[in-house]
Design a protein around this ligand. Structure first.
Ligand code: FE2
Ligand code: FE2
Length: 208
């Protein structure tokens, strides 16, 4: 059970995630990478792509929080908490890069967060195997999605690319964790539904 202190801590984390003021515990992969000369259009495009990724990380916060509430196995919980701390770094790195590019985080962050928390809690209620299955599939889709962004980001934008590539490596490790902890395989229809939902989210977040 969560204590009152624990609940307040989680709530604080939620607010930080939504507001885009999370702090990273580790250095950004962009550290030491020189900023390129980008045109105004390129900067806007890169900022919009990073807004999409930031939304993804806001959702990751909610998903991992939902899982931490419901995970029954203590080893599973410890692994999820470690991944969750890495997701906090991703959140902070992408927020920082959005600011550098002169963009802003999504207005709809509270909505993305609430939706993901609900989905995470629902998956958690089905038990650890399904909880982890959902997590593994989410990480797999995020990893693919980040690969897509590496194809779409301006070639010269080495700082943004370093962050995206750094996150991608860790999302792959998160997926492997979830599988190692005994994730079930989701039915194809559920995977397709998740893909559909993620597609709507990325299109909306690119704009707002
Ligand atoms: Fe992440
Ligand atoms: Fe992840």
């Amino acid at each position: 059970m969560l204590s009152l202190d624990g609940l307040i801590g989680e709530f604080d984390r939620a607010l930080r995630a939504i507001a885009g003021v999370a702090e990273a515990a580790r250095r950004s992969p962009a550290e030491g990478v020189a900023d390129a000369e980008l045109s105004a259009d390129e900067r806007d495009h890169a900022a919009a792509l990073m807004r999409v990724n930031h939304v993804g990380e806001v959702c990751a916060q909610a998903l991992y929080q939902g899982q931490a509430f419901t995970a029954r196995d203590s080893q599973a919980r410890a692994t999820l908490e470690r991944a969750s701390r890495e997701e906090q770094d991703h959140l902070a790195w992408s927020a920082e890069r959005i600011r550098e590019l002169g963009g802003r985080p999504s207005f709809l962050n509270p909505l993305w967060y609430a939706g993901s928390l609900a989905i995470g809690a629902f998956a958690g209620a089905l038990g650890d195997r399904w909880n982890l299955a959902f997590l593994a599939e989410t990480e797999r889709q995020v990893e693919e999605h980040l690969q897509g962004h590496l194809g779409r980001l301006p070639e010269a934008d080495a700082r943004t690319r370093a962050i995206v590539a750094g996150m991608q490596v860790e999302e792959a490790a998160h997926r492997a964790n979830a599988i190692a902890l005994g994730a079930a395989e989701l039915p194809p229809a559920v995977k397709a539904a998740m893909r559909g939902l993620a597609g709507v989210m990325t299109r909306v977040a690119y704009r707002v």
